[in-house]
Design a protein around this ligand. Structure first.
Ligand code: ADP
Length: 362
């Protein structure tokens, strides 16, 4: 039987305990919920999300959604599992990795050249390449939505517009939110629930949430990415190009340009991820510098059709916050709390890590 969906405060909520409560219905939380319900169908599970589904401010909606096999050997198995789990969601268009130096498995860029690259790449500056023909792109947002829907169909409850706070001992304070007619977000209702296990899948907000609520210390810090868009024509079959930390992926007839991940500047300025308030409109100095460094190799970055904003419907100059460094992971914080983190490389191995945790807990 399907679970309940609590989308707004008007819907009364009376449950007081669950077997499993997942904080955050981003790509990791939603996938994990699905895998748990598949493995242990009777689980009493609440998937709680601060925003909508998929949330417009999380990494999920803005993730590049690029899968390829250029991963270190110790991640190869997880990448392969992720590809299997993506199944038909993956649009196999090929991923091309361009380099300056000659290494074992590289070929001359000329050997993989296509006319489409003419407008984007200077082969003299990026003379070596490797091509993953099995690589491709997928919509992280729609995968997340499908996973959350599958979890609900299998019996999980889903609550949207609820901000969770951890109170320790498996207790979670649910703050149900609503928007006033002056666009202020207010807490309408506070409910305390208990769960045998709480999985914190709140993205960049996860480690601070755990630290504030449980008094644990985690090594995870935040990183940021600010992306731009290149309105040069592309097709869904256009290869993804990776070079110098940049990713150029075909999206909606142009390219999303994802510069390297940045870490907060040492002067203490921390951009607020994805939120309009306090967001600098325009490109940050570090982003411009990384683009200038790559101009010779990727001359398209100097094209007048480069526009600020991560996608067509995006907030110009807004930031996306991510947990810094490393690969997607899960880790136990104490007997009842587990941290599940996607982060910078969740596109490549995130589903596998969520699957692994479901096997472990299910
Ligand atoms: P990941 O890649 O680790 O899944 P995302 O940023 O994609 O990370 O997803 C995290 C989700 O968690 C977002 O949808 C965000 O709105 C949600 N979230 C963050 N903090 C809270 C919170 N305190 N309560 C409920 N949901 C939260």
């Amino acid at each position: 039987m399907s679970g309940q969906v609590y989308a707004h405060v008007g819907q009364p909520f009376t449950a007081s305990s669950y077997d499993l409560l997942i904080v955050g219905a981003g790509r990791m939380g939603a996938a994990f919920a699905r895998f748990v319900m598949e493995r242990a169908p009777g689980t009493r599970l609440l998937l709680a999300e601060e925003g909508g589904l998929p949330n417009e401010e999380g990494a999920t909606i803005l993730a590049p959604g690029v899968w390829h096999s250029f991963v270190p050997p110790e991640q190869a198995q997880r990448a392969a599992v992720t590809r299997d789990l993506l199944a038909e969601a993956l649009n196999v268009c090929g991923v091309l990795d361009l380099c300056t130096d000659e290494r074992g498995d590289l070929v001359p860029t000329d050997a993989v050249w296509t006319p489409e690259l003419e407008a984007l790449v200077n082969p003299a500056a990026l003379p070596f390449a490797r091509l993953d023909e099995r690589g491709g792109v997928y919509s992280v947002a729609s995968t997340t939505l499908q996973n959350a829907q599958a979890a609900v169909q299998a019996g999980a409850d889903l609550m949207l517009n609820v901000r969770c706070e951890l109170a320790g001992g498996g207790r979670v304070l649910l703050q149900r939110l609503s928007v006033t007619n002056t666009h202020e977000i207010v807490v309408e209702q506070r409910i305390s629930v208990r769960a045998d296990t709480v999985v914190i899948a709140a993205g960049a907000a996860g480690p601070p949430l755990a630290e504030a609520g449980l008094g644990v210390v985690t090594p995870h810090r935040q990183a940021y990415r600010q992306s731009v868009r290149l309105n040069l024509p592309s097709a869904p079959s256009s290869r993804v190009i990776q070079a110098g930390g940049f990713v150029l992926r075909s999206q909606s007839g142009g390219y999303s340009v994802l510069p390297p991940i940045l870490h907060p500047d040492p002067c203490g300025y921390t951009p607020s991820g994805g939120r309009l308030a306090g967001v600098p409109v325009g490109l940050r100095r570090e982003v411009i510098e990384s683009m200038l460094d790559m101009l010779d190799a990727l001359p398209a970055l100097a094209d007048e059709r480069l526009v600020v904003g991560r996608s067509i419907a995006d907030i110009p100059g807004a930031w996306l916050a991510l947990p810094a460094g490393g690969w997607p992971l899960w880790e136990r914080l104490d007997d009842q709390h587990v941290l599940l983190l996607g982060g910078e490389r969740a596109d490549l191995t995130g589903l596998s890590v969520a699957h692994e945790l479901a096997q472990e807990l299910g």
